[in-house]
Design a protein around this ligand. Structure first.
Ligand SMILES: *Cc1c(COP(=O)(O)O)cnc(C)c1O
Length: 359
C-alpha cells in the first residue's frame, strides 16, 4: 500500500486543520551493515558518557531536574555564555518546536532557506505557521535581503546547512539578525565540524536563538539532548513553552559526563571527520562526481546524469551501505547525502558507489 493510501485510510476528521496534510516522519531505518544515513557519530559512544549510562540505572525511579540546571551550567561553560542564556530539550528538534510555539501565533509566517532541514519546516507547520521558502544563493549561502523581505515572524537558518553542507556566511546571518522583525533561529547542529559559530551574536540581539545538539559530534543521538543559546528573556519564553522534565535522568548524566570528560575524544573524532571529508571529496571528484563544499560531517553528492537518487540508494542498500536520498532539490535535483565516518566505512561507500554510478 502506498504511503498516501495509508494516510487517507487513517485520516481523522477531528484532527486540527494545520495537521491534516502533515504525514508521520518516514525514514528507512532498516538495519544495514554500513549506515551512513543520519549524520550521527560513526566512531561510537564517548567513553565517559557510556560508563555513566550504566551507573545511572539506580537513579531512574525519580524525576530528573525540572529544567536540567546542572547540564545548563556545563553547556554554558562549553559555549562561553551565562547559564541563564541556555535552554535544553528532548533533542534540538524539541527546542526548535518550543521556540516557534513560544513566539509565533498560528497564521504567522516562517521563512527558511531552500533546501534545508525539513523537520524544522514541519515544526512550523505543526504550530500553524505558513512556510515561506527562500532559495539559497548560487554559492549555497543564505540570501539575507530575501529573508528579511518575507517579513516572517520566524526565520530559520541552518548553518552548516543540512543537506547542502555549507555554512552560511556570518555577514548574511548578521544582516538577518539586525533586520528581522521577529525570531531568528540559527540551527548549528554541525557547528563542531565547521569551527565557526554565531553564538556570540546573542549578546547583541534578543531575537536570536542558536540551537545546538549532542546528537552529532557528541555521539548521543539516542539520548535526545538538544539545547539553545539566547538572551535570558528569550530563553525564559522558550523554556516555558518547552515545559518541565524534558531531559531524562540518564540523558542529563551522560551529557554532563561527556561535557566534562569526553571533550578530547569528541575533538579527536571531529578532526578525523574533517580530514576524511576532504579525502572523500577528492575521491568523488576522481569519479567525476561533484559534492557540494561542506563544513559538516556529511557530503551532498548531486546525482547529475547518474541514476536517480532513489535508485542509487536502493542499490547501495542491497549491498549493505545506507545513504540518504533526496529527490528534486531546488537548484540541485536528485542527490545523495553521505555521513563521514572512519575511512574503512568511506571505502565501503566508494566501492558500492563505483559499481552503480560508474559504468
Ligand atoms: C540532526 C539535526 C538536528 C538534531 O536534532 P536532534 O533533535 O538534536 O537530534 C537538528 N538540526 C539539524 C539541521 C540536523 O541535521
Amino acid at each position: 500500500m502506498s504511503r498516501t493510501a495509508i494516510d487517507r485510510d487513517i485520516r481523522l476528521d477531528l484532527a486540527r486543520a494545520a495537521y491534516r496534510d502533515i504525514s508521520l516522519y518516514v525514514v528507512d531505518r532498516t538495519p544495514v551493515a554500513v549506515d551512513l544515513s543520519d549524520n550521527t557519530n560513526l566512531w561510537g559512544v564517548p567513553p565517559a558518557a557510556a560508563r555513566t549510562i550504566v551507573d545511572a540505572a539506580g537513579a531512574v525511579t525519580r524525576y530528573p531536574a525540572v529544567y536540567a540546571k546542572g547540564l545548563k551550567d556545563l553547556l554554558a561553560e562549553y559555549l562561553g555564555v551565562a547559564s541563564d542564556m541556555i535552554v535544553t530539550g528532548c533533542g534540538s528538534d524539541d527546542v526548535i518546536d518550543s521556540a516557534i510555539r513560544a513566539i509565533a501565533e498560528p497564521g504567522d509566517r516562517m521563512a527558511y532557506a531552500d533546501p534545508t532541514f525539513h523537520m524544522a519546516v514541519t515544526f512550523g507547520r505543526m504550530n500553524g505557521l505558513e512556510p515561506i521558502a527562500v532559495p539559497l544563493t548560487s554559492t549555497w549561502d543564505a540570501d539575507p535581503e530575501a529573508f528579511v523581505a518575507t517579513g516572517a515572524r520566524v526565520m530559520y537558518l541552518c548553518s552548516p546547512n543540512n543537506p547542502t553542507g555549507g555554512a552560511m556566511s556570518r555577514a548574511a546571518i548578521e544582516w538577518v539578525v539586525d533586520h528581522a522583525p521577529g525570531l531568528v533561529i540559527v540551527d548549528e547542529a554541525y557547528a563542531e565540524y565547521a569551527g565557526a559559530s554565531v553564538v556570540d551574536l546573542i549578546a547583541r540581539s534578543d531575537r536570536l536563538l542558536v540551537t545546538r545538539t549532542m546528537s552529532k559530534a557528541f555521539g548521543l543521538a539516542g539520548l535526545r539532548i538538544g539545547y539553545a543559546a539566547g538572551a535570558p528573556p528569550l530563553i525564559r519564553e522558550v523554556e516555558k513553552s518547552r515545559g518541565p522534565y524534558k531531559v531524562s535522568v540518564v540523558a542529563e548524566r551522560a551529557a554532563c559526563a561527556a561535557l566534562t570528560d569526553d571533550r578530547t575524544w569528541v575533538q579527536a573524532h571531529v578532526d578525523e571527520a574533517i580530514a576524511n571529508r576532504g579525502r572523500l571529496a577528492t575521491e568523488l571528484a576522481t569519479l567525476g562526481l561533484s559534492p557540494l563544499p561542506s563544513a559538516a560531517n556529511f557530503l551532498l553528492v548531486p546525482a547529475g546524469a547518474t541514476p536517480s537518487a532513489a535508485t542509487i540508494v536502493r542499490r547501495m542498500r542491497e549491498i549493505g551501505v545506507g545513504v540518504r536520498p533526496y529527490t528534486g532539490l531546488r537548484a540541485i535535483g536528485d542527490a545523495v547525502r553521505v555521513t563521514i565516518g572512519p575511512w574503512d566505512m568511506m571505502d565501503a561507500f566508494l566501492g558500492a558507489l563505483c559499481g552503480i554510478v560508474v559504468p
